[in-house]
Design a protein around this ligand. Structure first.
Ligand code: HEC
Length: 155
């Protein structure tokens, strides 16, 4: 190996090390944004559930939560870019199956988006009964995906 080649190899290794740590940092920021996203969903779902238990529930509050769920749910798949699973080394409850079974995952996400949209439509009409039933379907869509694609089913 000439001096020049040695230098080039070392330079390449250095570039790879930097790229590697940039990747790890990316996965960490993806994970942070993903958790923040799910906290928004969680708050709107929990808030809905609590509001429906009140007598009488406030339709204005329910409309607020339903609008959040409807606006946010379609963004779910964008929070799961390739390389942000357990293999990235970040602490995550996202199962590798999300990327191994992309069609099933996409369907689970689409089911939530549909349910959230139906919930919002019923809520904006002021139909509490229909909104309550639609919110149950939203909860069912959260659970169905967690059961299959989330490591611990605690939410
Ligand atoms: C298509 C799949 C899918 C759907 C639908 C889904 N989730 Fe999740 N959820 C996940 C996955 C995967 C994780 C684990 C993310 C991680 O740890 O990186 C998660 C994590 C969470 C977390 C924990 C965040 C944290 O801090 O660890 C909450 C809360 C949550 N989801 C709430 C909800 C609610 C509420 C709904 C329905 C309105 C919902 N999710 C719908 C897949 C889904």
């Amino acid at each position: 190996m000439t001096r020049n080649t040695t230098f080039r190899v070392l330079a390449a290794v250095a570039v790879m090390a930097v790229a590697g740590s940039a990747l790890a940092q990316d996965a960490a920021s993806v994970e942070k944004a993903r958790k923040d996203f799910f906290h928004v969903l969680g708050k709107a779902a929990k808030g809905s559930g609590e509001e429906f238990k009140k007598t009488p529930p406030s339709i204005a509050e329910i409309q607020k939560f339903a609008a959040i769920l409807d606006a946010e749910a379609p963004k779910l798949p964008s929070h799961f870019p390739a390389g942000s699973g357990p293999e990235s080394g970040v602490k995550t409850e996202a199962k590798a199956d999300i990327w191994a079974k992309p069609d099933a995952f996409k369907k689970a996400a689409a089911d939530l988006a549909t349910a959230a949209h139906n919930y919002n439509l019923a809520a904006q009409k002021g139909d509490l009964m229909a909104a309550g039933a639609a919110m149950k379907a939203v909860g069912g869509a959260c659970k169905a995906c967690h059961k299959e694609f989330k490591a611990k089913d605690e939410h």
